[in-house]
Design a protein. Structure first.
Length: 142
């Protein structure tokens, strides 16, 4: 089994639920072909360098996995058939140096996934005390 990184760009016209279902389907293709997913990283909606099929944006998702080299051709064939994908790229990590970099990226992706996501509620709660501080000070009377 070798280490691979798959970057897929999903169409932005899909709803959030459809994007998640498409990503789940992509991960199932990898596991159905004998792959083991080490970690995943959602990079989110980003602007593309150039329009692809009249789409200016795309949802980026990275999958780090260990797969037998013989299964890669089938996985890429299934990616080509999937109409929800704008683009995909498969990167093989082969040498010792590349494997060390792969392991570092997997650890970073796992750490980012386990960290609590900053929501709008926590962001406004952190900003609120800073905004109220000047308002609570009373002007000095002469």
């Amino acid at each position: 089994m070798r280490n691979y990184e798959n970057l897929v760009i999903v169409k932005p016209t899909l709803t959030a639920e459809e994007i998640q279902a498409s990503i789940k389907e992509i991960e199932e293709v990898i596991t159905a072909n004998g792959g083991e997913i080490q970690a995943t990283s959602q990079m989110g909606m980003r602007k593309l360098a150039y329009p692809i099929n009249k789409n200016e944006r795309g949802f980026y998702h990275v999958i780090y996995s260990s797969i037998a080299p013989s299964a890669i051709s089938e996985i890429e064939r299934r990616f080509r058939i999937n109409e929800d994908l704008l683009r995909f790229v498969t990167i093989k990590y082969d040498t010792n140096r590349e494997v060390a970099a792969f392991n570092a990226m997997v650890e970073k992706a796992k750490k980012d996934a386990s960290a609590p996501a900053k929501t709008e509620e926590t962001a406004t709660a952190e900003e609120a005390p800073a905004a109220e501080a000047p308002a609570t000070e009373a002007p000095a009377a002469e």
